[in-house]
Design a protein around this ligand. Structure first.
Ligand SMILES: NC(=O)c1ccc[n+]([C@@H]2O[C@H](COP(=O)([O-])OP(=O)(O)OC[C@H]3O[C@@H](n4cnc5c(N)ncnc54)[C@H](O)[C@@H]3O)[C@@H](O)[C@H]2O)c1
Length: 455
């Protein structure tokens, strides 16, 4: 069954309506109490979702806080699972009132200037939009959203509010991708035609079958560590996921179920596609033209929705004048960990990772052009066509959180800005739908909607 909140206009309206109902903030003018951050002001952070990744973020922030280098402070945490909430409150050394199970308390707190969202995907954009409408800057974990409509809604909210939003794929802060952009932009491998990336794993337990706390659930005593506000986790009240009875596998292993995410595509391929788009199309990425996915659930048949083997092909038009159309191939296999090495193929040459930077190898048919485009590299005239290769090192760059702070202080653009985050989400979500429906999808750029090819 296709995801009922996947691609169709009705869900966009539903989302808007429910978002408006849920937050009185949305009725207020943009930037109503948002502060304009000066370079010396303290960035005061609220973290929503303090599970696996949210806790990593809190710990990172605390290290940065302790080092005193960035003038930041985590002042609020939020989770619907009491054990995780208590743990986060303990970590930040806060009073009981610094933690809450209701995310609205973070968004309503005028002392919070920036919000990091690390809940499961179905909550991301609702929280992000409400935070921005309350004048806060946002770090939203990847993937940007559950649905295409939510991603576009969130992109439009950034444009409307002017707030900073960093999307979570931290690989976009690796300098090598920005170096690849320079290499490609200066014509050193000719027009890019095909690139690839992969994220593959293998495990005896079955991928994503993470530990379940036996005492956890909504029927645990509400003051106790095991208590979970299951209704708030589902978010069915806001139309974010279907209402179902308590299900520990859904809570602890949400990646296995389409109601909350898109499996390996949203969890892993998103990490690979966003940096490739920076290299090939530039900082704002690019929307796809046609997407088709293949693969299946070959081994991990434990009642999960998602596949364990997925190959995705995304076709793009030329991203800018002088470029050509191109295709990105992504692989994510959870039952064998031998993936595909990153590669970006141009007509004259190929980029492959080498050390922290890139190796460039020429195509023999276009050796003359490759050498002309790389004239400063001192390629020996003795080298036979097809034999020349050179290495280009990358530099250093502020990491993903530091870049977020810089963006909040007006000193930089987010490395994964909303345009890139949204364009990446569109291709990835189209991949999820293509996989589920066994259909090729095309992007209708005018309507900003995915449609079945040939329908
Ligand atoms: N960038 C990365 O490398 C990376 C790595 C892991 C996870 N992630 C992303 O982080 C997000 C969370 O993943 P995870 O593995 O930490 O999941 P998790 O289940 O461990 O943590 C999510 C937490 O959010 C809480 N939550 C759910 N709904 C909530 C609500 N309405 N209000 C407050 N809290 C709520 C849950 O109780 C849970 O503790 C996902 O979107 C995932 O894709 C990113």
């Amino acid at each position: 069954m296709p995801d009922r909140r996947s691609m169709f206009p009705v869900s966009r309206r539903t989302f808007l309506k429910s978002a408006a109902l849920a937050s009185p903030m949305l009725a207020m003018p943009a930037l109503s109490w948002g502060r304009i951050m000066g370079s010396n002001d303290r960035i005061t952070i609220g973290v929503i979702g303090t599970g696996g990744m949210g806790t990593v973020h809190v710990e990172d922030f605390l290290k940065i806080q302790k080092s005193g280098t960035e003038n930041i402070e985590v002042i609020r945490v939020c989770d619907v699972y009491r054990r995780r909430l208590n743990n986060a409150v303990r970590l930040i050394g806060g009073s009981e009132s610094s933690g809450s199970m209701e995310y609205e308390r973070v968004i309503d707190d005028r002392d919070v200037s920036a919000v990091l969202i690390a809940t499961p995907d179905h909550w991301h954009t609702k929280m992000a939009i409400e935070a921005m409408d309350a004048g806060k800057d946002v770090y939203c974990e990847k993937p940007l959203s559950l649905t295409i409509e939510q991603a576009i809604e969130c992109r439009d909210a950034v444009r409307r509010t002017g707030r900073v939003l960093q999307v979570g794929p931290q690989g976009t802060s690796e300098d090598r991708w920005w170096k690849a952009r320079e290499i490609i932009g200066s014509g050193k491998i000719g027009r890019v035609v095909w690139s690839q990336g992969a994220y593959c794993r293998n495990s005896r337990e079955g991928q994503f079958n993470w530990r379940i706390d036996p005492d956890a659930g909504p029927s645990s005593p509400s003051g106790g560590d095991g208590y979970i506000d299951w209704d708030r986790w589902l978010g069915h009240r806001w139309g974010l996921a279907p209402k179902i009875e308590w299900n520990a596998d859904h809570f602890f292993r949400f990646r296995k179920y389409y109601a909350y995410n898109g499996g390996v595509a949203t969890d892993l391929m998103y990490h690979r596609l966003a940096p490739l788009l920076i290299a090939i199309a530039g900082p704002n990425g690019q929307y796809p033209r046609r997407v088709s996915a293949s693969g299946g659930l070959y081994i991990e048949n434990d009642g999960r929705d998602i596949g364990d083997t997925m190959i995705l092909n995304v076709d793009y038009d030329a991203p800018y004048e002088g470029a050509s159309g191109h295709t990105v191939t992504l692989a994510s296999v959870m039952v064998n960990d031998v993936g595909l090495e990153d590669a970006i193929r141009g007509q004259y040459g190929t980029l492959r990772p080498r050390g922290g930077g890139w190796s460039l190898t020429e195509q023999s048919a276009w050796a003359k052009e490759f050498r002309a485009a790389n004239a400063q590299a001192g390629i020996s005239s003795e080298a036979k066509p097809g034999e020349a290769s050179l290495e280009i090192a990358s530099g250093s760059r502020r990491n993903h959180k530091e870049n977020w702070f810089d963006a909040i202080r007006g000193k930089a653009q987010p490395h994964c800005n909303i345009e890139l985050g949204c364009a990446t989400m569109v291709a990835i979500k189209m991949g999820v739908e293509s996989f589920r429906r066994s259909q090729t999808l095309v992007w209708d750029a005018r309507k900003e909607a995915a449609v079945v090819s040939g329908a």
